[in-house]
Design a protein around this ligand. Structure first.
Ligand code: SF4
Length: 439
């Protein structure tokens, strides 16, 4: 029998420790005299950092994903939301997050449940319909100050000074507001330092996932989820390790040659991550090499060109350094706003279905994929925008695609046998037999 294993990553434990410590720090931040804020993970997290070195960010979506991973806790949270009458088809991340805040419980990465740490303030970008409402509702319920940032100024290839200034001015206002609600003085020096770090992180992330264009792909998608949003992890070591794999032709899977390259589109089904990814990997020896979500959510990409084509080329940090010399607050805010508006991959897809369609179509080519499992995720209306449009475009192109349904943060809506059946029939369509049948 062929035994497939996931090639171990040397810095895996280090990343796990950083994430565990970060969550613990969040839970203790205020007791220790620090500041805690919360908002969408899409927010420009370098901005509140100017309030001090002891400022912690409770990222809405990554925290909700952690909640969803603990499936019993997630099921309990979803039941609670049903009971208090929150619509079942509302953003499912929002539902588990609200449940955590309203029930006053907070989960650490080892599953320990502690008291919910009330943020000093909520501050969020608004690009998905759910973003501002998510934090506005909870802020009102909990009596915590809240402010939202409107970044819906249009796609990166149609930016102009007026649009950038509209966002920059809101950032100036936000800083004044943060000083007022926290009573702290804001440090521009710290802002500049954190801005460079944020831009470097974005460039690094697009480089990391870009390595998966290699055949075999050096890293599989489930592992990628353990790294993203860990801002202060051992990134140099990780990147070196991945580069080494590419150089030596080592793929993410051990014990088998890469037998297929499968893409996704949405967030993954957090409560059944193992059942989803390992099933494909262990039974078929295929590599789930990534998704629109994992590629576009945190990286800086060249993104849209003048014709609206999506260019999957990582932005070089050196280019940004050359473009922006940060010597004061306004310059740091402008660099932040423009980089996000122009190069954040996922932001672009909210403006026009043609951008998303083109991004998906070119992604299948760039990453040399054999097929796509398209997740009709009932828990996220934001990223569901134009799913059927690109589904049809893929079919027209003759690219193998299959759909499956569920809810990424609600274990009650994830039917494992049905998901496995979809994978089995899709593999049969791709002509990939189970490993056992060939041993
Ligand atoms: S994009 Fe999806 S998960 Fe994120 S806030 Fe919007 S609905 Fe929720």
């Amino acid at each position: 029998m062929t035994e497939v294993k996931i090639r171990p990553i040397k810095v895996w434990d280090e990343f796990k420790k950083v994430r565990a410590k970060y969550y613990k720090d969040i839970s203790e931040a205020k007791e220790k005299g620090g500041l805690l804020w919360s908002g969408s993970g899409w927010s420009l997290a370098n901005i509140p950092s100017g309030l001090g070195d002891d400022v912690y960010f409770l990222y809405g979506e990554p925290y909700a994903a952690t909640l969803a991973w603990f499936k019993d806790y997630a099921a309990e949270s979803q039941e609670y939301m049903d009971q208090i009458g929150v619509a079942r088809d509302a953003c499912s991340y929002l539902r588990v997050y609200w449940s955590s805040a309203l029930r006053g419980t907070f989960i650490l990465t080892d599953g320990t449940v502690v008291k919910y740490p009330e943020p000093n303030f909520y501050w969020t970008v608004h690009i998905c319909d759910s973003h501002a409402k998510w934090y506005q509702h909870i802020a009102v319920r909990r009596g915590v100050p809240m402010k939202a940032l409107d970044v819906c100024v249009g796609p990166g290839n149609q930016l102009n000074e007026k649009k950038i200034r509209y966002v920059v001015n809101q950032l100036h206002d936000s800083i004044k507001w943060m000083e007022k609600v926290t009573g702290r003085e804001y440090s521009d020096e710290l802002l500049i330092k954190r801005t460079y770090q944020a831009l470097e992180y974005m460039c690094r992330w697009s480089r990391i996932v870009n390595y998966n264009k290699s055949v075999p792909a050096p890293i599989e998608e489930k592992s990628l989820f353990s790294f993203y949003t860990v801002f202060e992890g051992p990134w140099d070591k990780l990147e070196k390790e991945i580069q080494e794999r590419v150089k030596k032709g080592l793929g993410a899977l051990e014990g088998v040659e890469e037998r297929g390259r499968i893409l996704g589109d949405m967030q993954p089904p957090w409560p059944v991550l193992t059942e989803f990814y390992r099933y494909m990997e262990y039974k078929y020896g295929v590599n789930p090499i990534g998704s629109l979500y994992i590629y576009a959510i945190a990286g800086a990409w060249k993104a849209l060109d003048e014709k609206g084509n999506f260019v999957w080329e990582p932005v070089k940090f050196e280019e940004l350094l050359e473009k922006y010399e940060l010597t004061n607050r306004d310059e740091a805010l402008r660099a932040t706003a423009e980089t996000f508006l122009r190069h954040h991959g996922m932001w672009q897809t909210f403006y026009d279905s043609s951008f998303k369609r083109k991004a998906v179509l070119s992604m299948t080519e760039e990453w040399k994929a054999d097929g796509m499992l398209l997740f009709m995720n009932r828990g996220c209306e934001g990223l569901a925008i134009s799913q059927l449009d690109y589904y049809h475009a893929l079919r027209e192109k003759g690219f193998p695609v299959a759909t499956w349904e569920g809810n990424f943060a609600d274990p009650r809506d994830l039917d494992i046998p049905k998901i496995h059946h979809t994978i089995d029939t899709f593999m049969a369509r791709l002509g990939i037999n189970p490993l056992d049948s060939e041993s």
